[in-house]
Design a protein around this ligand. Structure first.
Ligand code: DGL
Length: 279
């Protein structure tokens, strides 16, 4: 039986965006093994109802837990917004998510107490960031759904006139509200920090929920004495509910060499645990 510290960390996302979180996790914890599950067959989660996101995400997290993991990372803002409380009660491993760490970094970063959040429709509708900021009543929060951003990133488009025009439109409310700190409250958005920073200018601090989630995971594992210390060749396993070749291709395009393999799994039949495809 493997010691708990030797087990991998499970990372869940609706699809590809969580790879930005994984990239930060690997940067901060290079000796850890990771199993990443992207529910690409049912993505994007952004336009789904909270109940649908919740049901899908719990199925995905259950699947990861069936592998024996020492910790779970909900690397998706929409899923974090929908399941955080349930997940903490349902699993007996440390769980990190993307909403609370980003909120707490933004509270520390803002100088004028005006913070913005951009995210998918399901995250904005869940009001999860309003809940997260309830402990900081001095902060004025402005939120904005940016549904088209995900589509640009998945097409590999991170610049150009069309994206710039869409970004100007989405970020207008942030300019009006004079936010000095903006949470990139969707896993895809760190890949658009170029255009977002260009539109808002240097005086606005961008908080990446990917990076803050990785720091929070590091802290939790350290406190639980579950962090590997010895340098080693770590493994990264990629599972998708969609087409493995497609996951591999888009994953490599978005985050280069990080995605080295992909296996299709049917998480609705996870008890059978039979991979349906492999690259
Ligand atoms: N991962 C999702 C999030 O962070 C973005 C992609 C989707 O809509 O599924 O909200």
């Amino acid at each position: 039986m493997r010691e708990t510290i030797d087990l991998p960390i499970g990372v869940f996302d609706s699809g590809f965006g969580g790879l930005t979180v994984l990239s930060s996790l690997v940067e901060q914890m290079p000796n850890e093994d990771f199993v990443y599950l992207g529910d690409t067959a049912r993505a994007p989660y952004g336009p789904l109802s909270i109940a649908e996101v919740r049901a899908n995400a719990l199925e995905g997290l259950d699947h990861l837990v069936s592998f024996r993991v020492k910790a779970l990372v909900i690397a998706c803002n929409s899923a974090s917004s929908a399941v955080l409380r349930d997940a903490r009660e349902r699993y007996d491993v440390p769980i990190t998510e993307v909403v609370l760490p980003a909120a707490s970094r933004a509270v520390a970063a803002t100088r004028n107490a005006r913070v913005g959040v951009i995210a998918t429709e399901s995250t904005i509708n869940s009001r999860s960031y309003e809940d997260a900021f309830a402990i900081a009543p001095r902060i004025t929060l402005t939120t904005q759904a940016c549904p088209r951003f995900v589509e640009f990133v998945e097409r590999g488009v991170t610049g150009g006139d069309e994206l710039l025009a869409v970004a100007e439109e989405y970020l207008e409310s942030m300019k009006k509200a004079q936010v000095d700190t903006l949470i990139l409250g969707c896993t895809h958005y760190p890949l658009l920090s170029g255009v977002i920073g260009y539109v808002l200018g240097n005086s606005v601090t961008l908080v990446s929920s990917a990076e803050t989630c990785a720091s929070s995971t590091y802290a939790q594992l350290t406190q639980a004495n579950l962090l590997r210390h010895q340098p080693r060749e770590a493994t990264h396993t990629f599972l998708t509910t969609g087409d493995a070749g497609n996951f591999h291709g888009i994953g490599r395009r978005l985050l280069g060499g990080l995605v080295t393999n992909a296996t299709t799994v049917d998480i609705q039949k996870e008890k059978d645990n039979v991979p349906a495809g492999h690259v």
